[in-house]
Design a protein around this ligand. Structure first.
Ligand code: SF4
Ligand code: SF4
Length: 371
């Protein structure tokens, strides 16, 4: 009988029910939004590429890297950091855990849930392949704990078949960030700008797993990526398979969203970056917000820090954001390190909650660039 216990809570070779795990931080943004009754299928905006001869099942990590490269499969986003980099790093530092990130921390953009609902078998097949090639001893499916019973049941059944463990999270922003998942599931930290493999884990999201499955099992290169767009003007969310390289303006055209009347942000809630109409869809952020063009309210001017501690309470990785601001103002990288700069995931919660409107995230990003 296996006795070794994995940090994710799984006794080896013995799959079990979903572990319900709350977020380990107090300040995340919680959602009241109900789970939708219907998770729509993804609409292919153009025909997928035909199968090629790239679908060879790899036997080792370098072989897997080569196959994925040939098939154009890649990912580099907060939910699945630099896939090729993670695999290269796994050659020298063997990970013990494969985490499949199915957490959507914005209920308007449930891309992972949509992909799981319609492509769960392919995702699980890819996880089994990855775990076999990487030699990880635990597969962990990280998903929203508030999902409907049918969704959870399918998770548990397929996880049991794959020898995986399901960990359910309260869907607080920014729980879907790969670094926060690694921290919450395994209790391990990897520094800003580095990869989950530094903490002994490989993290893939549903889109990356699906792309791997389509390539290896069906020989189909990654000609398309799944995207989710929330139109803030109509309140509608759209899910589609968009060809890699499609311009944002063309994507909006396919979805009947008037590009000239929207400002587009890519990425998670407080981490959005503005994208231009000519920017292209690719292996980066797959979630987009299309907001109206009404001029935003002018930002409140910053005041002095009142040492309320709200930023500390909100920080999911338990840093001292006010101290990081001070380090940025003093241009003191050692002070920044002492306040834990390396553990920052740039979620922006500290800036969001600060009653003095201090530019904490901007200061942290300056430190990161300069460091
Ligand atoms: S941006 Fe960094 S310091 Fe601020 S709350 Fe997020 S992790 Fe903490
Ligand atoms: S939340 Fe703002 S005002 Fe409060 S301690 Fe942090 S930086 Fe200072």
């Amino acid at each position: 009988m296996p006795t070794e216990r994995h940090p994710a809570g799984r006794r080896l070779k013995r799959p079990g029910p979903m572990i319900r795990r709350k977020t380990q931080f107090s300040g995340g943004l919680a959602w009241e939004a109900p789970w939708p009754a219907h998770l729509p299928a993804l609409r292919w905006l153009t025909a997928p590429a035909p199968p090629g001869d790239v679908g060879v099942e790899p036997a080792d990590v370098p072989g897997l890297i080569e196959v994925l490269q040939r098939g154009g499969v890649g990912a580099d986003r907060r939910e699945c950091p630099d896939l090729a980099g993670q695999l290269r790093s796994a050659v020298v530092r063997r990970p013990d855990t494969l985490i499949c990130n199915l957490v959507d921390d914005d209920p308007r953009l449930r891309l992972n849930a949509v992909l799981w609902r319609h492509h769960a078998l392919g995702i699980v097949a890819a996880l089994r392949l990855l775990a076999g090639v990487l030699g990880t001893r635990c597969i962990c499916l990280a998903a929203a704990a508030d999902a409907p019973a049918g969704f959870v049941k399918m998770l548990q059944r397929l996880a049991a078949e794959a020898g995986a463990r399901v960990v359910g999270f309260a869907a607080h922003y920014p729980q879907g960030h790969a670094a926060l998942l690694v921290l919450t599931v395994l209790g391990r930290v990897y520094p800003l700008g580095q990869l989950p493999t530094e903490a002994g884990a490989v993290v893939v999201d549903a889109a990356a797993a699906l792309a791997i499955d389509r390539l290896v099992r069906r020989g189909r290169p990654m000609s398309h990526v799944p995207v989710a767009v929330h139109d803030h003007v109509t309140g509608k969310s759209h899910y589609a398979m968009a060809p890699v390289g499609l311009k944002i303006v063309e994507l909006l055209g396919h979805l009947d969203i008037p590009a000239g009347q929207r400002a587009i942000g890519a990425g998670a809630l407080l981490e959005q970056v503005a994208v231009a109409p000519e920017d292209a869809v690719g292996p980066g952020a797959l979630t987009f917000h299309a907001a109206g063009l009404a001029p935003p309210a002018p930002p409140a001017p910053p005041a002095a820090c009142i040492r309320c501690g709200w930023c500390v309470a909100a920080c999911p990785t338990r840093l001292q954001p006010a101290g990081l601001l001070e380090a940025a103002q003093l241009e003191d990288p050692e002070l920044a390190d002492r306040h834990g700069l390396g553990g920052c995931i740039e979620c922006g919660l500290c800036s969001y909650v600060c009653p003095a409107h201090l530019p904490l995230l901007e200061a942290i990003r300056r430190l990161g660039v300069g460091g």
